[in-house]
Ligand binder design. Sequence first.
Ligand code: FE
Length: 351
Amino acid sequence: MFLSKKSIWVAAAITALGITTSMPALSQSSGVLNLYSARHYQTDEALYADFTKQTGIKINRIEADDNALFERLRSEGKDSPADVILMVDAARLWRAEVEGLFQPVQSKILDSRIPKNLRSNDEGKGSHWFGFSTRARIIVFNKSTVQANDVDTYEKLADPINKGKVCTRSGSHPYMLSLIGAMYERSGEAKTEAWAKAMVSNMARTPKGGDTDQIKGVASGECGVALTNSYYLARLMRSTKPQDQAIVSKISWLWPNQASSGTHMNVAGGAVAKNAPNKIAAVKFLEYLASDAAQRYFADGNNEWPAVKSVKTNNPALNQWGSFKEETISISAIGKNQIYAQKILDRVSYK
Ligand code: FE
């Protein structure tokens, strides 16, 4: 009786010991991170699993598109459980920053890994957001109706030679606002407005659809030339679907502004939420995203380039494209200029 009681105690002690030895892991795994993400790629699964493996911090994910995330964060206010927010495009990141949805982060790791022009900058207070991958805004054109040297800069799209040939998505979309915001930064208001006005008179159709729709419009011949973010084209190029391959076979594309300002670059970025309940975990996660392995997953998941320049991906489409001259304007300035860009668009009736 006594022995068996003792053995129960021993068993209990062993169990307790087991719990004790696993305590650090348990207390770590009780660490959680609430991630609000506008990204949803298969590679992200591996990214999050790897973070949990390294830190013991579990990730709860809320995935929605950028606008839905905005709405959710606004309505949750200071009670929001959000720790980390992932969004795309400087125009959106800047807007979220000025709406007070983010808090600044000071991190030696992030400051040394993420180039200064790819993050927001608040002198001495850290950054409100960091770019983790880059995308280029490129020009696609119909092989049989348009010559490359007539469309090799953003400025030339507004040239009378391209009358009736130009397609873009809505000028008010963040991708267009950022492009125009960058032009505003390097050329000023008058030139940007003249460009936007001439763009309107060059349109093949009223702006509509997303970037992939512009590529399709070029392939069908409805548009001679259009703008798209690079990853949409890379996605089509890597697709094995015959209809996608047919589209790619009819178009050509180029890096705009290679002899001048360089191709407009933007980012997918991340930030720590204003009232993050798990701030330490949140900063850890952003630092993790800047690591070599995470950079590869993050960029490759959407056919983008790592923000950390020393990191190389092995993406067939991007390998084929090689290197090019990138615009180096601070994307924080680009985000801010969206206000002026939108005013210009309204004045020239750019839909
Ligand atoms: Fe996109």
